[in-house]
Design a protein around this ligand. Structure first.
Ligand code: GLC
Length: 472
């Protein structure tokens, strides 16, 4: 189908997905599928609204984004209770909906206490900060972020994210299913996607904080950014050279001189990887913990690591090289694969708890998701590899409208519309439009991308010295 028709159709559908609260637009529903029961897809999800919001911002329609930020800020202070247990104050809802009582409209939030599996939406507060910063960048309305309620909200999020925990790593420790993959998938611990969003959120907070307390927080944020950056670049990176090193790791090393710090056993390198890793190209691992390196390729984590500059320039180029060289696996017939490869057999049973929705090459377990197009386009613009994103866009254009803007696709190469996929999924629609927007107007990339900050680089110098003196 011709791009102009697609764009027109997509915009019309997006307009219809808008949620109104007391006469004002405040978000978009997750899907408007007329064929199946809505469950919670008639709600506005925080993460699903992000591509819509960025698109509205690039089109000068900031009002809906402003309303969204104000309303979700108010929801942050609402009751977050499950079976009498109160969740952390800074937590932001996974989703919300408009309800009617006594002919008056109210917003009610779901912090995971209603969601399938009762999963914690850790990514919501991170996306919220990233979006607030994008709104300020697009509109220049820093006054909104400097309002006391907004400063308070930012600090609540920071307190929750930076709180002391039982953890020796600078990465953020989360339960399973804490982000876009919101079902059990063996992505608990220190999954890459959360770390990339955490990094982007901290960069955003640093730009938004004001006043004396704000200055104090900025110092803490800068320290954390630098050690997080070092940790991810140093330990999550995988390419052929690094794989060779891991392959020759010795186990059971004790003390400060250990090279194999996390005690990764070479036997845990999966067979598929030694065949799959290209000569040039690499990526950031899915997760890292004691004797655990998740070697799966997680697309959104890698792309957001590029966009936030958590990955170095060289690493970013390498990630794009890998996508180019493993195109059929990662893009296939519908951009893009959420993670590669799928877990199968006994591993599927253990990691997913026998989840029939996450069978191999379906849904979160190796399905293809059109929404990933926008972050791919952004990463392509950032790395100067736009020809790749145009190619992906053309592939998507063959199917999106015909398949009624499906939520996800199944199969090794994403040829089948997902078994339980929703139709008219809003973030598939907005993801397509936003990808075009970034490619046609690269200056909009500034809304979602970050560059290394000089103050942080200075801290990195200190932190690196710390690492080096440990080694001596
Ligand atoms: C599914 C997805 C989640 C998304 C939600 C609404 O639960 O896994 O990432 O936010 O649907 O589209």
């Amino acid at each position: 189908m011709q791009a102009t028709f697609l764009v027109k159709e997509a915009w019309e559908l997006l307009e219809k997905s808008m949620v109104y609260f007391r006469g004002r637009p405040v978000g978009t529903v997750a899907a408007r599928d007329p064929y199946v029961e809505a469950l919670n897809y008639d709600q506005c999800f925080m993460r699903d609204f992000v591509p819509c919001a960025l698109l509205f911002l690039t089109n000068g329609r900031s009002e809906i984004v402003r309303n969204f930020l104000i309303e979700t800020l108010a929801l942050q202070s609402s009751d977050k209770q499950m079976d009498s247990f109160n969740a952390g104050q800074g937590l932001m809802p996974a989703s919300f909906k408009v309800e009617l009582w006594d002919e008056e409209q109210y917003l009610t939030a779901d912090f995971g206490e209603h969601a399938i599996g009762r999963v914690t939406p850790v990514d919501s507060c991170l996306w919220w900060l990233i979006l607030l910063r994008a709104y300020v960048k697009a509109t220049g309305d820093i006054a909104l972020a400097h309002q006391p309620e907004f400063q308070h909200s930012i600090m609540l999020i920071l307190k929750l994210c930076l709180a002391d925990r039982f953890d020796m790593y600078p990465t953020m420790l989360v339960p399973d299913g804490a982000f876009m993959i919101d079902r059990r998938m063996g992505v608990y611990g220190h999954p890459l996607e959360i770390q990339a969003l955490f990094y982007g959120a901290l960069c955003s907070a640093r730009e938004l904080l004001s006043g004396r307390r704000g200055e104090f927080y900025k110092q803490i944020v800068n320290q954390r950014l630098s050690v997080l950056n070092l940790h991810i670049r140093q330990y999550y990176w995988i390419d052929l050279k690094r794989l060779n090193e891991i392959y020759h790791f010795r186990g059971e090393e004790f003390g400060e001189t250990a090279i194999n710090k996390f005690n990764i056993y070479p036997e845990s390198i999966p067979y598929w990887l030694t065949e799959w890793i290209p000569e040039t190209g690499g990526y950031l691992a899915g997760n890292l913990g004691p004797a655990q390196m998740d070697f799966r390729f997680f697309t959104l984590g890698n792309l957001m690591a590029i966009n936030s500059s958590l990955a170095s320039d060289r690493e970013s180029q390498s990630i794009m090289d890998l996508i180019e060289q493993r195109w059929q696996d990662l893009v296939g017939y519908m951009p893009m694969k959420i993670c590669f490869p799928a877990v199968e057999d006994l591993e599927w049973k253990i990691l997913t708890g026998c989840d029939p929705k996450n069978v191999p090459w379906s849904y979160h377990n190796g399905g293809n998701w059109p929404v990933l197009l926008w972050s791919f386009a952004a990463a392509a613009v950032k790395t100067g590899r736009t020809e790749l994103a145009w190619r992906a866009l053309e592939i998507a254009e063959r199917r999106l409208s015909e398949d009624e803007w499906a939520e996800y696709y199944d199969g090794r190469n994403g040829r089948l519309v997902g078994k339980a996929s929703r139709k008219f999924q809003t973030w598939s629609i907005a993801g397509y439009l936003l990808a075009r927007e970034f490619l046609e107007h690269p200056e909009h990339l500034a809304l979602i991308s970050f560059t290394d900050d000089p103050e942080m680089l200075e801290w990195m110098g200190y932190a690196r010295n710390g690492y080096d003196s440990q080694k001596c």
